[in-house]
Design a protein around this ligand. Structure first.
Ligand code: UDP
Length: 395
């Protein structure tokens, strides 16, 4: 019988769905689609108001008020407060969680969203018997306490820093493993040569190409940054991805650009776009940075969501995989400087970017999940206590 694998995620940004789909597809390829019954659940969507509007609210909130996002993130990021908030999320949604669990029976549960992890674990743990629960941490470095629940069977993290934070949050070393961040298993093979990718995309074959993206939702000052680069009159071409941000796409399309410029909405062929490009200008989204590292694409980080993406900037810069330029003008100056340095210097940046990549991460994660899918149900909290009392009872 096919193994039932439930992924808990939400469409807040593009990274969580991308991670869940990447792992699911690796499982399909490795173990056969007919042997896997995978379900992706957007947990916020089935939560109580206002949580159910999080996918819409999240980009709006981050775009409108980065400062309040940062305050909320930092205030909630202590062991005690993260615990309290997770409890509150669980108690206000207990009935909905129960329904979700009953209508989606699982052999293993995989959670790829920080805010959901602890509340969902609690909801499973009140069952008499529950499926094994695996967290796949999809933030790179500055990981929130929300990610770390002590009851999970496994917590798979992308970096040593995320591992250390897990240990600090009280997880045992044998619960944790550093795997890297999961990326679409076809990503590497889809890259292909620069020339082929450019021909397929209709880009100019021999002009340096600057690819710009700001997460799945086209967040932050992407428009101003593109304008700043364009106004430099550099001998290059631009490819700008607005993602799901329709208003941004329209605005980009109505602008006169100084270079050949290609505008996209939400793209499904990111590996080809990355293969065709020479430099990436991006928000510090963990999935995009990881994909760029695999593609060997030097990166200029133009923006970061305060809190969860702060550490990503340091990680990229400290590993010489890219530069941080938080103002549109700084981005434009950096692009100009990199183009001026020429091909050899760019090749060195490419090698540095590749050094932080682990294209095998998604396979390691898929194997681990598959093993746990064979394990069978585990006792929930109450049953564990009963078993414990029995063991301690004098004969
Ligand atoms: N992405 C995509 N198409 C787009 C824009 C983004 O497939 O038009 C993907 C991108 O390749 C990455 C994810 O969406 O896998 C974005 O995740 P990231 O963690 O970088 O940022 P988030 O959107 O979660 O803030």
């Amino acid at each position: 019988m096919a193994k039932r694998i439930v992924f808990l995620m939400s469409d807040t940004g593009g990274g969580h769905r991308a991670a869940a789909e990447a792992i699911r597809d690796a499982l399909y390829i490795r173990y056969g689609k007919e042997n896997i019954d995978a379900t992706l659940i957007d947990v916020f969507r089935l939560s109580r108001f206002p949580m159910n509007y999080m996918p819409e609210f999240y980009p709006w909130l981050v775009n409108r008020s980065k400062a309040s996002w940062a305050i909320g993130y930092n205030l909630s990021n202590t062991r005690g407060r993260a615990n309290l908030l997770a409890r509150t999320m669980y108690y206000t949604n207990a009935r909905r969680f129960k329904k979700m669990i009953l209508t989606n029976p699982a052999d293993v549960v995989v959670c790829v969203h920080s805010v959901i992890t602890r509340a969902a674990m609690r909801a499973y743990d009140v069952l008499e018997m529950r499926p094994p629960f695996i967290t796949v941490v999809t933030d790179l470095v500055s990981t929130h306490f929300f990610w770390y629940d002590k009851q999970v069977e496994r917590c798979l993290v992308p970096t040593q820093a995320a591992y250390d934070r897990g240990i600090n949050a009280g997880l045992r070393p044998d619960q944790m493993r550093i795997t890297g961040l999961p990326v679409d298993p076809r990503f590497m093979d889809s890259l292909g040569s620069k020339q082929d990718a450019r021909a397929e995309l209709g880009w100019v074959p021999d002009k340096p190409a600057i690819l710009m993206v700001a997460g799945g939702d086209g967040m932050g000052p992407l428009y101003a940054t593109a304008r700043a680069i364009s106004e430099k009159h550099l001998d290059c071409q631009l490819a700008i991805i607005a993602g799901r941000n329709r208003a941004l796409k329209e605005k980009l399309e109505q602008t006169d650009w100084q270079q050949p410029t290609h505008i996209y909405g939400f793209v499904r062929n990111m590996p080809r776009l990355m293969a065709a490009a020479d430099i990436l200008v991006t928000k510090a989204g963990p999935a995009t940075l990881t994909e760029a590292a695999i593609a060997g694409l030097p990166m200029i980080i133009s923006d970061a969501i305060p809190g969860q993406e702060d550490g990503n900037v340091t990680y990229v810069v400290e590993n010489n995989a890219g530069a941080y330029a938080p103002e549109p003008r700084q981005v434009a100056d950096t692009v100009a400087a990199w183009l001026h340095e020429g091909a050899d210097a760019l090749a060195q940046r490419t090698a540095n970017a590749r050094r932080i990549a682990n294209p095998n991460a998604v396979w390691e994660i898929a194997d681990e999940i598959w093993q746990w899918a064979q394990h069978g149900a585990l006792p929930g909290k109450r049953k564990r206590r009963r078993l414990q009392r029995k063991r301690e009872k004098p004969n």
